[in-house]
Design a protein around this ligand. Structure first.
Ligand SMILES: [Zn+2]
Length: 429
């Protein structure tokens, strides 16, 4: 049996959930965090020197598309888990827009079984809000929760019908479950394929206004006020929606939201040159929207950074811009791109790591994202100073549709552990 006892020596131990940020040693025994402080290595214990490195909770990504079952040519649970481990992600929540849709306990069981046999990182299925993601009949949320779902979403599509959304919120409230909305008014999206603005006009591409998002968020927030249910906006992209969420949180409504690295670091100008790896839903928006997202992160209104990791094969991406599939991969670039927020003075390293660990874990109700004594040792060790260039061909994901290809980034994962077991180390799985 593999040694799951390890002493990580001399690193900067960062555990936002417990307000810890200090140089210390951390001891793992049998996969569980045993002690943090100045420690001697017990017998038969692997020692890892971590001088100059940061030891943080394994990242928790609450928004990924693993494409299995149904679209394994784009990604499967095994390849998605390898990409996650390389990115320092030790737990991820898988969106239900698979084939078949995760709207039935049997699909939940299948995903959990596949994840377990892969044995790398933790996978938590998100159940569909409506059967077949059709926006009509609610799923059996109680059964899905019992099978292992941690939240509900029709992601990829919004819940359009206000009556259905109200009933979904009321139903989820019976279980205290979190509803995650892909907030887009499809009648405003129309045939748009990028953000509506000067760049779209210049490129001659049909646009999607920011209002497509904020109109739906505004409606949902009224329904949250009516029902008191827990509500989360996926991949927030617009300033107006950010301000609406801010107002709702100020009124103590149980509302949260996430932002992706691509939305806070890029704008619609990335589409110049018709690069289909800059095409996603919602689209990259204006500089003003991006500034508002940074403001939301700085003020603690946006408390989660999630990738919306959405693998697509070449056949769906190497086509005319308007025909290309929406989405980009993100698991292996999550950490370094997010660390830009720290370098740019938007947020502290502790708040940045919290947005990728304990904050999403709390929303999902999973006991991860911390380095507390007694917790499973899910950890990432990274060099905050190492500079490298993102190369799509080097990424572990089956699909290579990253919008960060060629970007110089700083911060590199050195090792990742799940329950004390090393699942990635220095460029090796
Ligand atoms: Zn979505």
């Amino acid at each position: 049996m593999e040694n799951r006892s390890v002493l990580i020596q001399g690193g900067r131990v960062l555990d936002p959930a417990h307000g810890r940020d200090e140089t210390a040693d951390l001891l793992v025994v049998d996969g569980v965090i045993q002690a943090v402080g100045r420690l001697e290595a017990p017998a038969h214990c692997t020692v890892v020197q971590a001088d100059g490195l940061v030891l943080a909770p394994g990242l928790v990504d609450m928004h990924v598309h693993l494409r299995e079952p149904g679209h394994e040519y784009k990604e499967d649970i095994a390849s998605g888990c390898r990409a996650a481990a390389a990115g320092g992600v030790t737990a991820m929540a898988a969106m239900p827009n698979t084939q078949p849709v995760t709207d039935d306990p049997s699909v939940v069981g299948y995903i959990l079984e596949r994840a377990k046999s892969t044995g790398l990182v933790r996978v938590f299925p998100i159940g569909a809000i409506t059967k077949g993601l059709k926006g009509e009949m609610l799923t059996e949320m109680g059964l899905l929760l019992r099978a292992g779902c941690v939240a509900f979403s029709d992601d990829g599509r919004p819940v359009t019908d206000s009556g259905v959304m109200r009933r979904a919120l009321e139903y989820a409230r019976m279980f205290g479950a979190l509803l995650i909305q892909h907030a887009e008014d499809l009648s405003l999206v129309g045939n748009g394929c990028m953000h509506e603005g000067v760049v779209a006009s210049r490129l001659g591409l049909p646009g999607i206004p920011s209002a497509a998002e904020s109109v739906l968020v505004d409606r949902d927030l009224r329904l949250v006020a009516l029902t008191g249910s827990r509500y989360h906006v996926a991949h927030l992209s617009s300033g107006d929606a950010m301000r609406a969420v801010a107002q709702a949180r100020a009124q103590q409504l149980p509302v949260s939201c996430e932002v992706t690295p691509h939305h806070f670091s890029l704008t619609d100008e990335a589409v110049l040159g018709y690069d289909t790896d800059a095409k996603m839903s919602p689209p990259l928006r204006s500089q003003a929207d991006r500034a508002a997202l940074l403001e939301g992160l700085a003020q603690g209104i946006i408390t989660v950074i999630a990738t919306d990791h959405a693998p697509h094969d070449e056949e769906n991406k190497r086509v005319e811009f308007c025909c290309a599939a929406n989405g980009v991969i993100g698991l292996e670039t999550l950490l370094p791109v997010s660390l830009e927020l720290v370098r740019d003075g938007v947020m502290s390293l502790s708040d940045c790591i919290a947005a990728m660990s304990c904050n999403p874990a709390r929303l999902l109700g999973i006991p991860h994202g911390t380095l507390g004594v007694g917790q499973a040792a899910d950890m990432v060790l990274f060099d905050p100073e190492e500079t490298w260039t993102v190369d799509a061909r080097q990424l572990r994901s089956k699909s290579k549709n990253t919008c960060f290809h060629g970007r110089r980034v700083k911060g590199r994962v050195k090792q990742t552990w799940v329950a004390g077991r090393s699942v990635y180390r220095d460029g090796h799985d």
